[in-house]
Design a protein around this ligand. Structure first.
Ligand code: UN1
Length: 495
């Protein structure tokens, strides 16, 4: 009998009022049922919001350094449970163990950063234009924050949102992706064991269109943070705009790696294999376009297909596996549909383009690493996010042209340039329209203590990670103290 998991609402593990559950299965082996998770109803969400408001009343009064101590313990518990959580994560999400260990590590880094931020959370004191008057600002908690997270980083992305939100004194409602509810459950267990007051965190499983919507439309949740598709982000943007909510969006990417003719090609090859096929291409930061200088184009495509064709597919829990499955059947069908689109558009499928035939892989959502060559700027496979192990190769004649191709998409998350030319590298740093640019490293690999996010339709101007995210989860309050004992009129009595 599979385990029935629960929500965490109002300080208790609670069955959904709907009485309904959904299955969580291993994407590498559909016969492996991990558990049943609540398909919650809007009433579950409403109860969670009411409880989070009580949690907020208490937690917002707790001194920030004390809130930081809780996050310090969260970090320690994550260190102790790293292996256990990584294994559970690979089982439900599919990526290889080295990567799920990295995912937990990103959460640990975020926890320890947040813990120390409890002793900073700086405000400012600035001179007043008037005598005997102080002018200052400080950071104030906001209220209940609603966090909607994706499947591809089941632990790291929730922690990017949750830990800064908590450190700033907010309460949290966590609505994880339906594909990775088990990791979410393990994370909430850690928070509670670390001593977070129970009503400060609520975990509500279920569908975005039901519980996610109930949360976003509720006036008791003034802050929403979302990572997912640009299409869903647009819907959230409309709702949050109407209700005057603070909203942080992290959405799609069509990230490119540029390889110039003077680059270290072996280094670039290692980079593109990791960037394009690591996490089976399911990162917002994944390399999905490879822009090659014409002088090295043919040679590099041959090197790429040779190595990518040898990547070993398999379950992420197997040590020898290099590429795990996709998250579900629809994701695999989407990649396959783009193979058809690439052919129709006149690109050449020079590697992969199909489901592997091996019997040992038939119970999972595997797809062969796929390379499209002869791709021209403007083709759908060059413009649209595929979110799978598919890479489009575009040939260019100069760095200027490469930058133009990089910038010619609606997204702007990350980019990468391989070159030995310092002048070219600095010029690209300036001109590539992305939130993150890597030089001589692939498009993936952001570190937890730097701001993370993209320009154009990748985001809406906010950043996660690093120091900037603390501004998103707190409100600036300004205080003037006039100790002159008389009325001083600003802009008028300034002498
Ligand atoms: C994402 O792609 O959704 O930079 C997040 C990286 C990771 C985070 C990726 N540290 O690839």
């Amino acid at each position: 009998m599979p385990e029935h998991f629960k929500n965490f609402i109002a300080g208790d593990w609670a069955a959904p009022t709907s009485g309904e559950y959904f299955e969580n299965r291993n994407p590498a082996d559909q016969n492996d049922l991990i558990g049943l998770f609540p398909r919650s109803a809007p009433t579950d969400m409403q109860r969670a919001i009411a409880s989070a408001q009580r949690g907020f009343a208490r937690w917002s009064k707790t001194p920030a350094p004390v809130r930081g101590q809780v996050l310090q313990r969260v970090g320690q518990l994550l260190v102790e449970r790293k292996e256990q959580i990584a294994r559970a994560m690979t089982r439900e999400m599919g990526k290889v163990l080295a990567e799920t260990r990295g995912d937990v590590q990103e959460g640990i880094d975020t926890a320890f950063y947040a813990a120390t931020e409890g002793r900073r959370l700086f405000g400012r004191v600035v001179p007043s234009e008037l005598r005997h008057k102080w002018a200052m600002s400080y950071r104030r908690p906001i209220g209940v924050t609603g966090l909607i997270t994706p499947f591809n980083f089941p632990l790291a992305i929730p922690t990017w949102k949750m830990f800064p939100a908590l450190l700033c004194g907010n309460a949290v409602i966590f609505k994880p992706a339906e594909d990775v509810p088990h990791t979410a459950h393990l994370l909430v267990e850690v928070l509670l064991e670390a001593g977070l007051p129970p009503e400060v965190v609520q975990l509500v499983h279920g569908q975005g269109s039901v519980v996610g919507r109930a949360m976003v439309e509720h006036e008791g949740v003034p802050v929403i943070s979302f990572t997912g598709s640009t299409e869903t982000g647009a819907v959230l943007g409309a709702t949050c705009g109407r209700l005057h909510k603070r909203l942080s969006l992290e959405m799609g990417g069509k990230n490119a790696m540029i390889v110039m003719d003077d680059a270290d090609l072996d280094l670039a090859l290692d980079g593109v294999l990791w960037g394009a096929f690591g996490t089976t291409g399911q990162r917002c930061t994944a390399t999905s376009r490879l822009i090659l200088h014409e002088k090295i184009h043919d040679r590099f495509v041959t090197m790429l297909c040779d190595r990518a064709g040898k990547l070993r597919l398999g379950p992420g829990l197997d040590d020898k596996t290099e590429v795990g499955p996709l998250i579900h059947e629809e994701a695999r069908q989407k990649v396959d549909a783009y193979v058809g689109i690439a052919k129709e558009e006149g690109a050449a499928v020079v590697l992969g383009g199909r489901t592997p035939g091996e019997k040992r892989l038939e119970c999972g959502w595997f797809y062969e690493p796929t390379v499209f060559a002869g791709v021209k700027p403007g083709m759908r496979v060059e413009q649209e996010e595929i979110f799978g192990p598919a890479l489009s190769v575009i040939k260019v004649g100069s760095l200027d042209q490469a930058i133009k191709v990089n910038n010619g998409v609606k997204y702007g998350l990350s980019s990468s340039l391989y070159t030995r030319d310092v002048n070219g590298a600095f010029r690209a740093m300036e001109e590539l329209d992305n939130g993150i640019t890597y030089v001589n490293a692939p498009t993936i690999g952001a570190e937890a203590h730097l701001p993370f996010g993209g320009v154009k339709q990748t985001g809406n101007g906010h950043r996660e990670g690093g120091w900037e995210v603390y501004d998103f989860y707190s409100e600036t309050k300004v205080v003037y103290v006039d100790y002159s004992g008389r009325l001083q009129r600003a802009q008028i009595d300034t002498e």
